[in-house]
Design a protein around this ligand. Structure first.
Ligand SMILES: Cc1cc2nc3c(=O)[nH]c(=O)nc-3n(C[C@H](O)[C@H](O)[C@H](O)COP(=O)(O)O)c2cc1C
Length: 213
């Protein structure tokens, strides 16, 4: 079973400690929309470059669609046993969000129209040309939201598993993902039927360097 016994609101450090990748879920569990929305809204509180919010969540909770996803995800059963699979997509044209993002600040008097236009111009400039930048940004920023989603789910009493093991091209094709988006990862979410495998982490000395290599 899940190590989560609290219905919600674990402290942050406890949530982090208790989040592990669950691969066996209780079947037939529906996450109430309000709870799922709360989790997604918490995910979207993640920081992003220029606040462009480079993520799109494709929620796959329909039984037939999950069955369709199963072979695309190399038959990982968690796809069909979990309550939902959230495909986190990264926005390759997040610069197109800039106008909307900064207009709010202008309307609220936090930013002048001139500053907004300068910023939007800079952002569009960064996205110009055939460079890895848009893709790097899409994957980087959508990953931050993914992590936050997993922690928010855990704090709400659900478990998750991030999945990179799926055929991206086939997923894009079969789920009609517009060209604008790149699939970053799939996240299964639901009530654990079996605890996650034990996993350790490297000691701090192995993963830190102070000041310079
Ligand atoms: C980007 C990414 C891709 C992953 N892909 C898969 C996957 O396809 N299937 C799976 O069962 N677990 C997958 N995992 C889960 C990892 O195996 C797991 O996070 C790692 O072993 C650490 O264990 P923990 O999450 O339980 O702490 C993935 C994790 C990440 C971050």
């Amino acid at each position: 079973m899940s190590t989560t016994t609290h219905p919600q609101d674990l402290g942050l450090f406890q949530t982090i400690q208790e989040r592990h990748s669950v691969r066996k879920y209780e079947t037939g569990v529906k996450i109430p929309d309000e709870e799922l929305n709360e989790i997604l809204e918490a995910a979207a509180q993640a920081p992003s470059s220029w606040n462009l919010q480079h993520w799109k969540f494709l929620i796959i909770d329909d039984k037939e669609k999950k069955e369709q996803l199963l072979p695309i995800a190399y038959n990982q059963q968690q796809v069909v046993e979990s309550s939902a699979v959230i495909a986190v997509l990264g926005d390759l044209k997040a610069n197109e969000n800039a106008e909307e993002v900064y207009q709010g600040a202008v309307d609220n008097g936090f930013m002048s129209e001139d500053v907004k236009n300068t910023l939007v111009g800079q952002i569009n400039g960064a996205y110009k040309g055939d460079t890895p930048f848009p893709r790097d940004e899409a994957v980087l920023n959508a990953s931050l939201a993914s992590m936050q989603l997993m922690l928010a789910a855990k704090a709400k009493g659900y478990d998750t598993c991030p999945m990179g093991g799926f055929q991206r091209e086939r997923f894009v094709e079969e789920f009609n993902v517009p060209e604008r988006y790149v699939p970053v990862m799939l996240l299964t979410i639901g009530k654990a039927a079996k605890p996650a495998h034990q996993s350790d982490r490297f000691p701090l000395e192995k993963m830190t360097v102070r000041n310079s290599f």
